[in-house]
Design a protein around this ligand. Sequence first.
Ligand code: ATP
Ligand code: MG
Length: 301
Amino acid sequence: MSTDRDAVARALRDVAKFAEVLQPKDVDEPILAPAVAHAVHEWLVEINNATELAAVGIEPRRLALLYGPPGTGKTTLAHHLAARLGLPLVAVQSERLVAKYLGETGQNLGALFDLLRVLEQHCVLLLDEFDAIGQKRMEGDSSAAQERNQALTVLLRRIEGFRGIGMAATNAKSALDSAMWRRFGLQISVALPGDVERFAILRKYAAPFDLHDEAVDMLVTVTCGCSPSLLRQLMEGMKRSLVLAHRLHVDISSPVDVFGRIVASIAPPPEMEQPPLWADTRALGTLTGMDWPPARMDGAA
Ligand SMILES: Nc1ncnc2c1ncn2[C@@H]1O[C@H](COP(=O)(O)OP(=O)(O)OP(=O)(O)O)[C@@H](O)[C@H]1O
Ligand SMILES: [Mg+2]
């Protein structure tokens, strides 16, 4: 028994070459759209009730693909799901598997999946930035094409043999190989948050500052198209300004100035449609009417 534990501990240490291991205790609960929350809940029920499914001749689905724009919470969601199963998440940075010498990417994949054979019942797997290894076959017989195609063949075979619970995440789903796509029993779209989710995300990251509902509503309007990650940066920027104003000698009497400075220092990725706060200078002006400054819920001055 203890040799088993030793082998798992050793594999968890060795897998650090390709992956980060995220523990359940470090999880941050994501705010999800109802459809995504439902899909995740359904999958968890399925995984936790394998015996009932076995009685009718089916197994829980083992693999899910998470796709969506950058910063929408794919990695966070995978960590959350692993934590709900009480297991660490082995988050493989797929780019770390890609090598330039012929056959080396396939060898790295082989080494990874050999470790996963020991770990598969003791962790949840995430193949992050999955397009780096799961992209379409390349035409021709250049060495780059041979390398990629051989790696894809290895990956298809090794994923097929993986008996644990796994996910892959990508923000470039159209780059994925279609045979690879079909290996996943679930394909979950992790889209940009709607109004309701943006409201909750802004609230979450504004804490311990207590923005009034009307103020959050104003921010919801001007942040249409923002990812959760950008919303978090926006709220963290606000908190930084409020807390450090006296050290930075900046004026925080108007929300327009505070958010104006933040908007000038962070921006959505260029390939994404720009939210009003960045696309239209009038959007910033609408924040004049905001109830300001917000009080602190934790009672600190
Ligand atoms: N749904 C969410 N609710 C609350 N916070 C979120 C959510 N999604 C993302 N975040 C926050 O945004 C940050 C980035 O999220 P994460 O890395 O999970 O996004 P991602 O989709 O994996 O991005 P990428 O495509 O760049 O890999 C994290 O700090 C996380 O806390
Ligand atoms: Mg990610």
